[in-house]
Design a protein around this ligand. Structure first.
Ligand code: ATP
Length: 251
């Protein structure tokens, strides 16, 4: 479970996240949407404990990030949008290294590492240096590394970017199975069909505020029409840019 209370982030006089309250319960796959610059990455980095909030609190699986950061971070697997990866490690070494950061090692880690590599079709690349991996293979290794210490919560920023259709399908199934087992996934995405098709609930950020949050049915009820997520999203976040563009083309 993720519990966010009155979370704020200011950069100088600019407020990137404004008093955010949100609970993502155990067993839920939560889709985090919003236009560019809405504050999604800022929020996720605060949840992951790599960006200090200006105010407010975050609890991961019951552990307050400020009070007990080690327990909170141990319960979390974070997949950033621009991950750092050690080029001079092999795939399996990178997974061992990632597990080691959480104090885990030994045969269990080896077994899990092997299973995760197999799941993402990286078995044959197990002992190759990461520098020889393609963009998508690196992305899959990063995703595998977030699961290797068996966290209760996964926070993932734009996970499908760069993945081929088979890998996207594997990841979707993995997230679904993972939440079915009572874990939590919070996922940002710009692909509205992915959010609509996969997520139990969807939250839409706009200028640092959560302007809508609920199941697809709840969002439709709020919007008053039987719309697709794209229509609801554009109505909430403003479709004036598209209209202005058409006017410019017509002029
Ligand atoms: N280090 C920083 N210093 C100043 N402003 C920042 C900093 N990081 C982010 N911002 C600003 O905070 C706002 C929110 O950025 P954020 O990266 O959280 O948006 P986002 O919703 O993830 O966008 P995108 O969909 O484009 O990734 C933006 O206006 C951005 O310019």
């Amino acid at each position: 479970m993720i519990e966010i209370s009155s979370l704020c982030k200011r950069y100088g006089s600019f407020t990137a996240v404004r008093s955010l309250d949100l609970v993502v319960p155990s067993g839920e796959l939560f889709g985090f949407l919003g236009p560019n610059g809405a504050g999604k990455t800022t929020t996720m980095r605060m949840i992951a404990g790599i960006l200090q909030p200006t105010a407010g609190s975050v609890r991961i699986a019951g552990h307050d990030l400020r009070v007990d950061p080690l327990a909170a971070k141990k319960a979390l697997g974070f997949i950033p949008d621009r991950p750092f990866i050690y080029e001079k490690l092999t795939g399996i070494e990178f997974l061992r290294f990632s597990a080691g950061l959480y104090g885990e090692q030994g045969p269990e880690v080896e077994k899990r590492g092997q299973e995760l590599l197999a799941l993402f079709d990286l078995e044959a690349w197990r002992d190759e240096l990461v520098e020889s991996y393609s963009h998508g293979m690196r992305q899959k290794l990063i995703i595998a590394s977030a699961f290797v210490h068996r966290p209760a919560v996964i926070v993932v920023d734009e996970p499908m970017v760069g993945l081929d259709p088979k890998s996207s399908k594997i990841l979707k199934d993995l997230f679904r199975e993972y939440t079915r087992r009572g874990h939590t996934v919070m996922m940002s995405t710009h692909t509205l069909e992915i959010a609509e098709g996969m997520c139990d609930r969807i939250g839409i950020m706009q200028r640092g505020e959560l302007v809508a949050c609920g199941t697809m049915d709840e969002l439709r009820r709020t919007s008053g029409e039987d719309d697709a997520l794209e229509d609801i999203f554009l109505r909430l976040t403003g479709d004036h840019v598209a209209r202005e563009l058409i006017e410019v083309l017509d002029a």
